[in-house]
Design a protein around this ligand. Structure first.
Ligand SMILES: Nc1ncnc2c1ncn2[C@@H]1O[C@H](COP(=O)(O)OP(=O)(O)OP(=O)(O)O)[C@@H](O)[C@H]1O
Ligand SMILES: [Mg+2]
Length: 285
């Protein structure tokens, strides 16, 4: 644990088990936390359960055991609309804007539970993203991928969340737009919002994070400060090599959607030591 000893923990999962299909756990006892003001990254191979972790925290996947707390309050299993009012913001990886609505309407949608604070919050998000203020009447569907991410993050920020969950905000963007997106995420965090970000662009993510977790087979396999993880020979050997190959594959796909990726191009499967599921593992129903 690298959090400052007195840091207030905003979000925490303890021994989280969750999944979609009865009897199959995707999260296998995941422990992680975000302290106030922190930018925390979750990296890990495809299918490790990164998106599932965010969805479980946000009440979109059934939690089978374990707890999620927000500022010390148990929020395990609460539904998304309730979580939004309690201060959790979530930006899913895809379909995260309403394309037929304008930017302003998208931002209003983020605030449907508290419409009175629109002006104040609009000032906050346009302070972060001045480009948005000039284009409030543009339809979100007419925007570039990077601009859409900006709108999606702004929509989630309208409710003034104490923690913002971001699922792969750089996915599918060109390298330049990816860089802008990472800068935007850092700025959101510098503006005082605690952030939990899932990323496939592992190195870039760890560069901006205070701390990170490597999620493997639904469990937190490693944790440390962003740069420590990036330079940890074990993490490099087991994860970063493979993740870098995953990233190259994703970049090639976004550059040329018709390009075929040869089987095995993602490199060898990570040689992860088998981890025993604790005897108390729930939902082996
Ligand atoms: N709706 C669903 N129903 C059943 N299984 C699912 C569902 N969504 C995801 N899964 C399975 O859960 C596992 C973890 O998926 P998840 O999307 O959490 O991985 P991830 O780490 O986010 O991967 P990626 O890097 O590809 O985004 C995968 O085996 C996936 O097939
Ligand atoms: Mg995912």
């Amino acid at each position: 644990m690298h959090t400052e000893p007195n840091a207030e923990v905003i979000l925490e999962t303890k021994d989280l088990f969750a999944g979609y299909i009865p009897g199959v756990n995707i999260l296998n006892g995941c422990n992680m936390h975000v302290a106030k003001g922190e930018l925390v990254g979750i990296i890990g191979p495809n299918g490790a359960g990164k998106s599932t972790l965010l969805k479980a925290v946000f009440g979109l996947v059934g939690i089978r055991s374990g707890t999620v707390t927000l500022g010390g309050e148990d929020i395990t299993g609460l539904k998304a609309d309730k979580l939004v009012t309690k201060g959790v913001g979530f930006v899913p990886q895809s379909n995260n804007v309403f394309p037929s609505l304008t930017i302003a309407e998208n931002l209003q949608m983020g605030l449907y539970q508290k419409p009175k604070i629109y002006d104040e919050r609009l000032q906050f998000v346009t302070g972060l993203f001045p480009e948005l203020s000039k284009r409030l009447r543009a339809r979100a569907g007419s925007l570039s991928g990077g601009e859409r991410q900006m709108v999606a993050m702004s929509r989630a920020l309208m409710m003034d969340p104490s923690v913002l969950l971001l699922d792969e905000p750089s996915a599918g963007l060109s390298p330049v737009r990816q860089d802008e997106t990472f800068i935007n995420v850092s700025e959101i965090n510098r503006a005082g919002v605690s952030v939990l970000i899932v990323e496939q662009n592992a190195r870039r993510c760890l560069q901006i994070c205070d701390r990170g977790y490597v999620l493997d087979q639904g469990k937190d396999a490693y944790t440390g400060r962003g740069r420590e993880l990036m330079n940890d020979p074990k993490v490099i050997e087991l994860y970063l090599g493979t993740l870098a190959a995953d990233q190259e594959k994703a970049d090639r796909k976004s550059a040329d959607p018709t390009a075929a990726v040869p089987p095995g191009a993602a490199g060898p499967a990570p040689q992860v030591a088998a981890r025993a599921v604790p005897p108390s593992a729930p939902d082996q129903r």
